[in-house]
Design a protein around this ligand. Structure first.
Ligand code: SAH
Ligand code: F3S
Length: 467
């Protein structure tokens, strides 16, 4: 059977989609190749959120086509994911070496399509159609891919987004919001825990909207037919997302639950209260704010004000004083003035984020912001990026230093990425802790004493705690 190499660009959702495709191919007998240089099939799973990500994937494919195809003409080359979805056939027109283009609702068809190409039945395949029920197809896992047990796993709970922020291409590449059924998600989580997983991260583009559309549709159906709801487990004041958290929380042997990405508008009292009520739900929240200026937030169509955002942060900190809060911020959105930008700086200072991912605004095809007046010059975007980065780093450094001398619980995930001789784990509030350990610590919950803080990394010593 052939071997496959999948390279992934972009977010955790993409990582998860790639894992599911790899699992699907392994089940068909494929082996996983170590690099594009030795693989029979090379797939690039792409990101469209910023132009830079698209250019990187296109550049990579050009290199592969030039180098790999030269020596091994039968290698199959494919694009998957967001850029495949938004560009479709255009990718083959531009890069004739590409054989396969698979959109975001067709990952589960990869094995069949490769089969047809490898058997010479078809030459080129482009499939970017919508498919009903595709949200439930990202289900299979490779847990022992690196010959080691995975401690932490990602579970896709929904696809798409209906928020239509004016800068964002995701609603077009991922489609309408569609949620999986709670019982199906719980069954997948149970299987993972039975295979040794201790921590599950629930994934979606806007997880706080989980089940909302289905709930609305079913209410209408229930009113018309009298048949009770299938998606939600009980009708209460608790949102479908919190019902899902409750259901996953019941799984015995699961230690920690995380989720990403929520939308600030989804932080109702039920979710805030869940942090205090569900001990497996860790004290960590990624709360994308995008801007500190009400004027810009409105132009972005974010659906909240600065004051409302600050109110959510305050409520969360009241429920869980040690909660780690991270965010995404865009600088240089069309029309952003120096005054607007300073409001973002002041918001970052006011909230004291544990970390913030800063993005220079990138014009995306067919999004409303791409045609807005007063596009901010690249030089200004760059300069604001640097100023905000400096502020965020200073705050992060101070935050991380407050951990020194403290004892904290970590879940050990495996060798440190920067130094494979050491082990790394994560605190409940989401911070990486590197320590001297060995494979026998993998998967353990252990207490460490923090001895030093580095750049968005903590260093700890379990020995001091366990004396
Ligand atoms: N809710 C989604 C958002 C996806 S995009 C999720 O996290 O899954 C991730 C981040 O990229 C956004 O929060 C935003 O800060 C940034 N981003 C999105 N579109 C962008 C654009 N056109 N230019 C620059 N940054 C962008
Ligand atoms: Fe994009 Fe806004 Fe949805 S950032 S993914 S449209 S919440």
């Amino acid at each position: 059977m052939p071997s496959v190499y999948i390279k992934t660009y972009g977010c955790q959702m993409n990582e998860r989609d790639s894992e599911a495709v790899a699992a699907q191919l392994v089940a068909k007998g494929y082996s996983l190749a170590a690099s594009e240089h030795v693989a029979d099939v090379v797939l690039l799973n792409t990101c469209s959120v910023r132009d830079f990500a698209e250019q990187k994937a296109i550049g990579k494919m050009q290199n592969i086509a030039a180098e790999v195809r030269k020596n091994r003409p039968n290698v199959v080359l494919g694009f998957m994911g967001c850029m495949a979805q938004s560009r479709g056939q255009e990718l083959i027109d531009r890069l004739p070496d590409v054989d396969l283009v698979i959109g975001t609702q067709k990952f589960h068809r990869t094995a069949d399509y490769l089969d047809e190409i490898l058997n010479g039945k078809r030459d080129k395949i482009v499939d970017v159609a919508a498919e009903q029920g595709s949200e439930a197809t990202i289900r299979e896992h490779i847990l022992n891919g690196k010959a080691q047990k995975s401690v932490s796993a990602f579970v896709s709970i929904m696809q798409g987004c209906n928020q239509y922020c004016t800068f964002c291409i995701v609603p077009y590449t991922r489609g309408e919001e569609r949620s999986r059924r709670i019982d199906d998600i719980v069954a997948e989580c149970r299987e993972l825990v039975a295979r040794g997983v201790k921590e599950i991260t629930l994934l979606g583009q806007i997880v706080t909207s989980f089940g909302k559309r289905e709930k609305r549709d079913e209410w209408q159906a229930a009113r018309d037919t009298g048949v009770p709801s299938l998606v939600t487990r009980h009708s209460s004041q608790v949102s479908p997302f919190v019902q899902l958290l409750e259901a996953v929380h019941e799984i015995e042997g699961l230690e920690r639950i995380r989720f990403t990405s929520p939308h600030p508008k989804g932080y109702g009292d039920d979710l805030v209260e869940a942090y205090a009520r569900l001990p497996k739900l860790v004290e960590s929240a990624h709360l994308p704010v995008q801007s500190g200026s009400d004027r810009v937030l409105k132009l972005m169509h974010r659906g909240y004000t600065r004051e409302r955002f600050l109110g959510i942060v305050e409520k969360l900190r009241r429920a869980q004083p040690n909660i780690g809060i991270t965010t995404d911020i865009i600088v240089g959105f069309p029309g952003e003035t120096e005054d607007d930008f300073e409001q973002t700086l002041s918001l970052a200072r006011e909230v004291q984020f544990d970390n913030a991912y800063i993005f220079k605004y990138s014009q995306r095809k067919d999004t409303p912001a791409a045609d807005m007046p007063d596009q901010v010059p690249q030089k200004v975007r760059e300069e604001r990026n640097q100023r905000l980065l400096k502020t965020v780093n200073e705050i992060g450094k101070r935050k991380y230093e407050t951990f020194v001398g403290r004892q904290t619980q970590i879940l050990v995930e495996g060798p440190s990425r920067k130094n494979a001789a050491r082990m790394a784990g994560r605190t409940r509030c989401g911070k990486i802790v590197v320590f001297d350990g060995s494979e026998r610590h993998r998967g353990q919950l252990m207490d460490v004493k923090i001895t030093r803080a580095g750049s968005f990394t903590l260093y700890g010593d379990p020995a001091i705690v366990n004396l």
